[in-house]
Design a protein. Structure first.
Lengths: 196, 448
């Protein structure tokens, strides 16, 4: 795995970018799940620094929309999609917090470990549970990047989970409708290559 | 689901927009209450998220305006400055929910589940309303008033018989529709239904139309022609405006009704005919009999069963139902998107007297739909409905005043002498004397 871009790739590659103190294991788990579930090549890139202006001084949380915008400006054009991993608290103006965020059919998704590292009652879950949660959120957000919508089936990875309890109940599966939509999107998406 | 976000903060609008986009909803945004109302006038929305604090029209005012004009649109109030008072006020006006910004992600999912459930209930309600509408329809006749329900029952009862039916009602009340319904429910349903407006055909032509003529019977009769009595051939003959038929013609018709035989103009050979007769009039035939304009024996022959259709102003509970029916009909015909009639416009329709009855209402809705500029028919779309001009005041004499008053009361009771006499607190004989003395006729009211 390398942090440099590789021009003119034959297959689409998803970049997993850890930010600051995020454990590399979590980034590798995400990359492994992307490869395993979506059959896409995934690379873990070296850690980066969080753009300081994305911190909202009023809420003391990081603005997810601003972070996405900042990551989109990073020259990672050779990657099909980018998943950025944080350990800080993320928000969108509407919500008190978010586990992850991505725009429909966008290129960058962000995921945070911050709220996944504790149960709803405040207790700490085992580390494998945290990694499981972060992988689910990453696959869910990647689904949005591939233009998948929220799913009504509460067992599907594309079902919206607002809390860790509901997230834990979600299985590691896309329902058959979302799976079909996913395959269609991957067929149409193809590799992103730099013009010669 | 069609959702609109109404908030003066761009960042909130965008946040909502991206969030709902992920669930496949169609999302529009508006930065103010007035912009939101403009958009609602153009497109229907299922759900609105409305911020309370906005410059100009605030969220509560917008909620009230939406609930007044688009009662089916759900509104969720969102605010960063929540108070029990504003929450209670919003819920009283009809808000679906009240949320404090920012909210937990779970909270929005729960609210959306509630909204989906409410939408399902609304769809069920609309379905049941549609079913109810079918129940309130009898063939193509619409009405839920007790008077119309009684008429529907009467139609079912008389349809199976061969008795002559006289339909009495003001112009535009739907007499022909009722005649058609009787025919459709009768054993003659598979045979012809022929409607003739006796008031629109000159007497000589009417004779030829009804009885037919032999070749050379008169100038222009270049070939033999069967009349409606023969053409109807076992079906139903509907003579509208029977009060317009001349006394001579009444004699001829009476003979046909009694003998069930006709003789074509220019022929001497009688032909047996079979038909069921339904007649209709907007005039008071009893008054015409008293005035010597209508034959009593013919009246009793056609008036075996009488169905009186009340004018629309006497069954105002049907106005809304009819207006909605015509709205749907003309939207379909003109392919124009008009969703409903505003409550204010409905009040105008309900208050209007509809001298032209259902036909006038139908024409009014058609005109309003054709000229409508928004999805809602408003008060201004019915500005053409003006109250009838006030009657000219009578002269100063007591005689003039009495004549005017009697005529007005007779008009009010459709020239039903018994009812008018009761209203005037005099007996029928006295009223008849006064009608003769003042030479009053049903038309006098219109001329007055």
């Amino acid at each position: 795995m390398t942090g440099t871009t590789n021009p003119n790739r034959a297959t689409p590659v998803v970049a997993v970018v850890p930010f600051e103190r995020v454990p590399t294991t979590a980034a590798k788990v995400i990359a492994a799940h992307v490869s395993g579930y979506l059959n896409l090549a995934a690379e873990t890139l070296p850690p980066r620094t969080i753009p300081p202006d994305t911190l909202d001084p009023g809420r003391l949380q990081y603005n997810a929309a601003s972070l996405i915008q900042a990551i989109e400006a990073i020259p990672l054009k050779n990657y099909f999609k980018v998943i950025a991993l944080f350990d800080v608290d993320l928000f969108i103006p509407l919500f008190t917090h978010v586990f992850g965020e991505a725009r429909q059919n966008g290129r960058v998704a962000i995921v945070s470990l911050f709220r996944l590292e504790s149960h709803a009652d405040g207790s700490s879950p085992p580390s494998d549970r945290v990694l499981e949660r972060v992988a689910k959120i990453a696959l869910h957000e990647l689904g949005h990047l591939l233009n998948l919508l929220h799913c009504d089936d509460d067992r599907c990875l594309m079902h919206f989970s607002g809390g860790v309890d509901t997230l834990d109940q979600t299985t590691f599966n896309f329902c058959r409708y979302c799976r079909t939509a996913l395959h269609r999107a991957l067929r149409q998406g193809g590799p992103v290559t730099k013009p010669p | 689901m069609q959702i609109m976000i109404v908030d003066d903060e761009r960042i909130i609008r965008e946040s909502f927009f991206h969030w709902f986009q992920k669930s496949g909803h169609k999302v529009a945004t508006a930065a103010s209450g007035s912009k939101a109302l403009e958009k609602l006038g153009e497109t229907p929305f299922d759900l609105l998220f409305v911020d309370i604090k906005m410059p100009g029209m605030d969220g509560i005012e917008l909620l009230a305006a939406v609930k007044e004009t688009y009662p089916e649109t759900m509104v969720i109030i969102i605010t960063a400055y929540g108070s029990i008072e504003s929450a209670v006020q919003a819920m009283r006006i009809g808000a679906t929910d009240y949320l404090l910004k920012p909210f937990k992600p779970d909270q929005l999912s729960l609210v959306m589940e509630k909204v989906v459930q409410q939408q399902k209930r609304q769809s069920e309600y609309n379905y049941l309303k549609g079913r109810l509408e079918k129940i309130t329809r009898f063939d193509n006749i619409i009405g839920q008033s007790s008077a119309m329900t009684a008429i529907f029952e009467m139609i079912s009862e008389v349809a199976g018989t061969d008795a002559s039916v006289l339909l009495v009602g003001e112009t535009g009340t739907g007499k022909e529709l009722i005649a058609k319904a009787i025919h459709a429910k009768s054993p003659r349903a598979n045979l012809p239904f022929i409607a003739i407006n006796c008031g629109a055909i000159p007497d000589t032509l009417l004779e030829s139309e009804l009885f037919g003529h032999q070749k050379g019977a008169y100038t222009g009769a270049v070939q033999e022609r069967k009349g409606f009595f023969e053409v109807v051939n076992g079906g139903t003959l509907f003579l509208d405006e029977v009060g317009e038929i001349s006394p001579k013609m009444q004699v001829d018709l009476l003979r046909v009704l009694e003998e069930k035989k006709i003789t074509q103009v220019g022929s001497r050979q009688p032909v047996t005919v079979d038909f069921r007769l339904i007649t209709a009039t907007s005039r008071n035939l009893e008054a015409q009999i008293n005035a010597g304009d209508f034959r009593e024996d013919f009246y009793y022959r056609i008036n075996v069963i009488q169905i009186e259709i009340p004018p629309l102003r006497q069954r105002r509970e049907d106005i809304q139902l009819l207006a909605e029916h015509f709205l749907k009909k003309f939207c379909h015909e003109t392919t124009k998107r008009v969703d409903r009639i505003s409550p204010h416009a409905s009040r105008i329709l309900n208050a209007y007297d509809w001298p032209g009855n259902v036909r006038e209402l139908e024409n009014a809705i058609e005109r309003a739909v054709v000229l409508a500029k928004s999805r809602i028919l408003n008060e201004s779309d019915f500005a053409f409905l003006r109250p009838p001009p006030a009657a000219a005041p009578p002269g100063p004499s007591l005689r003039e005043m009495e004549k005017y008053h009697i005529c007005r009361i007779l008009d009010q009771h459709g020239w039903n002498v018994t009812q008018a006499a009761k209203a005037l607190e005099i007996n029928r004989v006295t009223l008849h004397k006064k009608i003769r003395r003042y030479q009053l006729k049903p038309d006098d009211g219109e001329k007055r």
